[in-house]
Ligand binder design. Structure first.
Ligand code: ATP
Length: 278
């Protein structure tokens, strides 16, 4: 974490979200400091994506409040929400690039919120933005791929393009929803290292959901564990071991559920290994 910057950038108080009778989040309190890298961990369905979507103003709370970049998210008009979202970038498990567009044009679309009107083709973007986009591609190590169609890139490369696109927003917060869930272990490390480096260099605040405890321990400043929509763990990663994370889950988790976590991790790692071998 950037030691000089510790002012809260996200403050969530008593956040509860219900979808019909299903309670996705329950009484979540969370404060994130500027420049912090926070990892959300939890079983499938524990509420990680729903929490990220609230921070981005894509969901409105059933109860509670969210203060993001000094704005009370749940009170904002659609126009103000769009303005907030332009300062909060998001990357996803499936990258969400436009496959038929070049890598450079995909990156440029990250600047659309700063432009008026639609753009079609790299040359319809101002030269300063093209230069900026190429700079971001250089930063993520993909400058030589600028004019290739994005669908021709590997998963790890596509996620790095998505990161470059996110940087075009000049964001203050990067939300990452399982950014490495579709990647092999080596690409996962590479993407997490890149996110970590950018956060350190730019003082960017990162909130990232992951399934892999090892990655969370390696790349996060802090781990927030969710279970059935409740925060059951919130601790700095410094000095924390994997078994301690599992223990903390264990203390609040019946043995069968702890086994489910381990099975989920084992299955995921098997699938990734098979994917890498294919
Ligand atoms: N739009 C929605 N409508 C109804 N239920 C939803 C909606 N979005 C999420 N949920 C429910 O909220 C709960 C939390 O889901 P969420 O996607 O946030 O979990 P998650 O921890 O991100 O899971 P995963 O790791 O599988 O992505 C789940 O029970 C899910 O079915």
């Amino acid at each position: 974490m950037n030691g000089t910057a510790t002012a809260p950038i996200v403050t969530i108080s008593g956040l509860t979200k219900r979808f019909g009778s299903n309670r996705a989040l329950h009484d979540v309190d969370l404060t994130v400091a500027r420049g912090e890298v926070v990892v959300l961990l939890g079983l499938s369905g524990s509420g990680k994506s729903t929490l990220l979507r609230h921070i981005d103003g894509l969901e409105s709370p059933s109860e509670g409040s969210l203060d993001v970049l000094g704005e009370r998210v749940e009170t904002l008009s659609q126009k103000s929400l769009r303005s907030l979202r332009s300062r909060v970038a998001m990357i996803f498990q499936q990258f969400e690039l436009v496959p038929s567009l070049t890598v450079l044009e995909n990156v440029l679309t990250g600047a659309l919120s700063r432009l008026s009107g639609p753009r079609l083709g790299v040359w319809t973007y101002p030269r300063a933005l093209r230069r900026q986009a190429l700079g971001h591609l250089d930063r993520v190590g993909l400058l030589e791929k600028a004019y290739e169609r994005s669908e021709l890139l590997s998963g790890g490369q596509q996620q790095r393009v998505a990161i470059a696109r996110a940087l075009m927003q000049e964001p203050q917060i990067l939300l990452a929803d399982e950014p490495v869930a579709s990647l092999d272990p080596e690409s996962s490390e590479q993407v997490m290292r890149l996110i970590r480096e950018i956060a350190a260099d730019d003082g960017l605040t990162v909130i990232c959901s992951l399934h892999q405890v090892d990655l969370a321990l390696g790349w996060g400043d802090r781990i927030v564990g969710l279970r059935h929509g409740e925060v059951v763990l919130d601790t700095p990663t410094d000095g924390l071991t994997k078994s301690q994370v599992m223990e903390v889950y264990g203390r609040v988790t019946p043995t069968a559920e702890l086994r489910a976590i381990e099975t989920e991790l084992a299955t995921e790692s098997l699938l990734l290994t098979r994917g890498a071998e294919a």
